[in-house]
Design a protein around this ligand. Structure first.
Ligand SMILES: [Zn+2]
Length: 259
């Protein structure tokens, strides 16, 4: 099969784990005995592509029971309200980043990044650090890893066969630049938190990395490998590589853009 010019599309990353986002941002589905669990919902204009991808992998949007959000930026909750309408799913986000969704926090910076504004809403379940949720035999453990936003949650999902799928919920340093922090009167402390979060995540054992954005852990490359017949793309080294890359981003911002 010629896989050279393939674009990222919906595919099964591992039994029970599906990528249904696009090249801009990840959206994942986890199949459980209690229905589908979705992680993040993309930009608001991504509903059609997400629905197409869900169909492509042989699943149904009406089976989604839970939607988890890694953090409160529009590229991770953009289609939430639309998917809730179609599925009746329960929604989850950290208590801290729910303040972004419900409009309590000032989002003027988001307009600067050309993020559209959405009608405010609140999630049903406000996650705290260490919370674990069970869906049949699958569990989702949430670890608070602030920095990119104050309420970033990383997810560690234990599948039926014991495989742990892990996601660092926010590695972008776009919200840590001195220019950005000064302009909005935000504390430089988020940089220290970002580094502390990476340090904390070194304790996790992850068999399968779920990229918060698809360039993390080469989601496209994994899709191509799977289309070429590879049956198991799990690797513990991928998690270490992601954390090293995240540490590198932190180092670069500290060296090139000091306070
Ligand atoms: Zn973000």
């Amino acid at each position: 099969m010629n896989t050279e010019n393939l674009k990222l599309q919906g595919f099964c990353l591992y039994p029970g784990v599906y990528f249904v986002g696009n090249e801009r941002v990840s959206v994942h589905l986890i199949k459980t005995e209690a229905g589908l669990v979705m992680i993040d919902t993309g930009y608001p204009d991504m509903l059609d592509v997400i629905l197409e991808n869900i169909e492509k992998v042989g699943l149904s949007v009406t089976d989604i029971r839970a939607i988890f959000h890694s953090h409160g930026h529009i590229d991770h909750f953009g289609c939430t309200q639309q998917i809730v309408k179609l599925s009746g799913a329960k929604t989850y986000i950290s208590r801290i980043d729910n303040e972004i969704l419900n409009g309590t926090l000032d989002l003027s910076w988001a307009r600067e990044l050309n993020y559209p504004t959405l009608p405010p809403f609140s999630c049903d379940v406000l996650i705290e650090d260490g919370d674990t949720f069970h869906f049949g035999d699958v569990s989702v453990r949430c670890v608070h890893t602030p920095g990119h936003t104050d309420g970033v949650m990383s997810f560690f999902i234990t599948l039926l066969d014991g495989t742990v799928a892990g996601m660092h919920g926010g590695t972008g340093t776009n919200t840590l630049t001195s220019d950005f922090l000064r302009r909005y009167g935000l504390s430089f402390d988020c940089r220290r938190q970002y580094k502390e979060s990476v340090d904390k995540l070194w304790n996790e054992k992850v068999d399968l990395v779920l990229g918060n954005h698809p360039e993390q852990s080469d989601t496209l490359g994994k899709m191509v490998r799977i289309l070429n017949g590879e049956t198991d793309v799990r690797s513990r080294e991928d998690w270490c590589a992601l954390l090293k890359e995240t540490e590198g981003k932190y180092q670069r911002i500290m060296e090139t853009d000091p306070e």
